[in-house]
Each structure stands twice: as C-alpha cells, then as structure tokens.
Write a protein that binds this ligand. Structure first.
Ligand code: MN
Length: 353
C-alpha cells in the first residue's frame, strides 16, 4: 500500500502523557485511545482507509509505524485497490486480509496473491518498489496493511525479500488467534523481523473475557475490526486502536456483545519492544534525516536502480496502467521546511500492583 496523501505531513512525535483527552482508565491499566482518520487510497472512486498510525499523538508501537484498516468495502462502489508501482525504504510491509485478494508484484522478484489468513511480508532493504491490485474475482476488500520500521543496524544492508506464511489457529478459552509475527500463546511465526515484535488476528466469542498473556517488555496496540470490545475495561469502538504501555503481563480483552445474533469479535493485536531510534517518515520512505528522504525522493523520480522495477504490473486501467493512466506513482513535492527526526513519546509503564 502507498501513502497517497497529496501533501503527506512529516511525522512529529510528541509526548501527550496521561491522563489526557484521548486516554481512559477504567478498572485496569490506562489505555490510550488512538482514533483513525480517513485517507483516500487513490483512483477515481478512491477507496478510503482508516489510518491510526502514524499520527502526532504516537507514531510507533514497537517498530509498528503504520496501520491502515480498510473495508469491508464493495469493490463495485470503490473500484477496489489499484496502487501502481511505488517505492519503499527502511521498512517492511505486512499485508493481512479478512476478505478479498490482492495481487502483489515487487522489484525483488516477489510475486504473490495476498489472501485472507496468510501474511505477506515484504522487506524493502535499501529500496524496493511494488504494485498492489485487488484481483478480478474480488467483490469485497477487507483487511489491514501495516508497516514495520527497520532498525538502523540492518536497514542499509538487508536485501529485498518477500515472505509468506499461513498460521494455524491457536485456540484459548473464549476465542482463537492467528499469530503472523513473533510468538503468542505458544504459536510462533517464522517470517523475518528485525526487532522484538508480535502481530496476531484474534477472534473473541460473544461474552468472552480473556486475560491474554503477553510479553511485559512489549507495548501493545489492539485494533478493533468488529464487535463490542473492551480493553482493560475501556471500550474500543471499531476502527480504534487501544494502546497499552510496557509492563503488562496480561491484557484483559472482553467481547461485551451478547444475544443469539452476536458474532465473534475480530481484532488485530500488534506489539513490540519500544523502538528507541529517531526516524523520519515521509510518503513511502523511512529514513533518519531530511537529506536522506530528499535523496530517496530524487532517486525514485529519476528511476534510479535503488528501487528496481516491477515487471508485469496489470492495473485496473490495463497492462501497466492504473485507472489514471499511471505506470508508477510520482512522489509528492517535499515540504518547504526541513523534516526533523523526532523520538516517539516514551511508553507508558503499567504498574503491576
Ligand atoms: Mn506499498
């Protein structure tokens, strides 16, 4: 997926502290509520995605630095997804669908179809480009795309990579989990990540109250896709990301919906050790300073070898074309001011008493 905002803001990370207007505390640990903003994905009818990360309040949870949540969306209304070749640096992309299918082609030779319940993980290395198009047979698109910031120690030495894994469900009292990154509930994902992380889809039965065992060194975010869900007693409406700091050994998650017609709740859990490095994130690039971002932009515009080429992109406008006739996405204009690297606000520390 591409950040297609016409004038993407540099990401400023600022400590808001607790308690604040967007934080809540019921009977458990404090939970910071990160609400989404709607961002058009591009194309003539512009499918909207709900973006919860990054934003000024908090730009990272562990190394997770980008959370787009979309659908369920009828592709007859929105045209589906067609993101023409576009670049990435300094990050990995995680594609995870609930419904639909998306064809992926990247300049590292990665070709695949993203389908529900299977992770597709693309590592940019020093630079990659890729295209993403919903398949012809897709009628409903529904899922998330997440990005992971790569640590400085590896971001300039990793090669391009594309990995795929289909986790088997792990059941627990009241629900089940598909663990696609890291380990949780005894299940482990084999895909390559470069800092301590976890990522999983959770299903919770109506009425279930679960004390999910988690790594206390991790901070966590819980994104609600569907269901009446509370985290540590705090209500999370669908589309909202609930953030908990480090120090929790268990997260109390409840599905408060009941009745004969209630369906299981669907959630995405992300977490990781706080990512202490200062980063600059602009458009589809992650770097460490303004000059680096400007260089990436210039190289993309010049079709530099840093990013390679996507072979075989077939867009919804025909072979090699998106509906707007573009064969690659041009980078937006750089902001007039130097982009400053900022540090993420320190994680909240949950008391253990
Ligand atoms: Mn992308």
């Amino acid at each position: 997926m591409s950040n297609v905002e016409a004038h993407p803001a540099e990401v400023l990370c600022r400590s808001e502290g607790l308690p604040g207007p967007d934080s809540a505390c019921a009977d458990g640990a404090p939970v910071e509520l990160i609400t989404s903003r709607d961002v058009p994905l591009g194309g003539p009818r512009a499918m909207l995605v709900r973006r919860t990360l990054p934003q000024r309040q908090r730009s990272l949870i562990g190394a997770w630095c980008f959370v787009d949540h979309f659908g369920p969306s009828d592709v007859r209304d929105t045209g589906g997804m067609d993101v023409a070749p576009h670049p990435h640096t300094g990050l990995q992309t995680v594609s995870w669908l609930f419904e639909g299918a998306v064809a992926h082609i990247d300049s590292g030779g990665g070709v695949g179809t993203v389908v529900p319940g299977e992770i597709n993980l693309m590592t940019a290395g020093t630079g990659i480009c890729h295209s993403e198009t919903s398949t012809e047979g897709t009628t409903t698109l529904h899922g998330v795309q997440l990005w992971l910031a790569l640590p400085d120690a590896v971001r300039n030495s990793l090669g391009r990579a594309f990995e795929h894994f289909e986790p088997q469900p792990v059941t627990f009292d009241g629900g089940s989990a598909l663990v696609f990154i890291g380990s949780l509930l005894g299940a482990e994902s084999p895909v390559s990540v470069y800092s301590p992380l976890v990522g999983a889809e959770l299903r919770l039965e109506p009425g279930a109250v679960v004390d999910l065992p988690v790594d206390p060194r991790f901070e966590h975010g819980l994104l609600v896709d569907s269901g009446d869900v509370t985290l540590e007693g705090v209500e999370l409406t669908p589309g909202t990301l609930g953030y908990t700091g480090i120090g929790s050994e268990r997260l109390r998650i409840a599905h408060t919906g009941g009745g004969a017609e209630a369906a299981p709740a669907r959630l995405i859990l992300i977490g990781g050790e706080p990512f202490e490095e200062e980063i600059v994130m602009w458009w589809n690039f992650i770097g460490r300073d303004s000059d680096e971002i400007a260089q990436y932009r210039e190289q993309w515009q010049a079709e530099d070898d840093r990013f390679g080429r996507v072979e075989g992109y077939v867009g919804h406008g025909g072979p090699g074309r998106d509906p707007d006739g573009r064969s690659r996405l041009p980078a937006p204009t750089l902001p007039n001011v130097r982009m400053r690297a900022r540090k993420n606000p320190p994680p909240h520390v949950q008391s253990t008493d």
